[in-house]
Design a protein. Sequence first.
Length: 242
Amino acid sequence: MTAALAFLTCLGGATTPDGRTLRWFPAVGALIGLALGLVWAGSDAVWTPLVAATIVVAADLAITGLLHVDGLADSADGLLPPLDRDRRLAVMADPTTGAFGVATIGAVLLVRVACLATTPVTIVGLVTVWATARAAIAVVALVVPYARPDGLARAFLPDDAAAARTTAAMLGAGTLAVAALVGAVAGGVSGLLAPVAVAVGAAAVTLLAVRRLDGFTGDVLGAACVVGETAGLLVLAAGAAP
């Protein structure tokens, strides 16, 4: 679990990820969601919902070390413009951020703040959404081909394809089922559907990457995670709408 913490957050030290790291992704996601829920509870007791929502989004960026939004920006720059495959990969490896990346990050962060500010935020809701998002990217890493010959995410790629598919099925289906059940008990229909929306959002990003890159990269994992979380928050916000 330490390796998963180190990879997904600014915590955990410099532990190197390996093939077992992916199994701990949902647990780390749940811990991040729990931390954000506590941040919300403290902030909402002092400030307005809008300020509290902004603090939660900022806390998420801090806890994850901007890793996922960086992947979102790089993926937007590489996947959205009309480029060939090699050029897309080169753009995604470039440390500078282009117009597509800046616009995408801005839009996504605004949506996340708006959702949190208009939703009766619960710790359970954040835990289920964040855990499902990490499970989703673990599944992607286990079953989707890697698009680069090297890269950060290669450290935990599986060697046994059959075992990887089994692990992915158990990890993905298990996390989704538990998150949906817990979400339904705590939040009704929106709590049930939020983890499903997370999976759909992450799948949409992955399918776009497979179509344009013939696989995934570490940046794609970050983008899938953020888009999935945002889709889940949108469903929770819809459930709170009059």
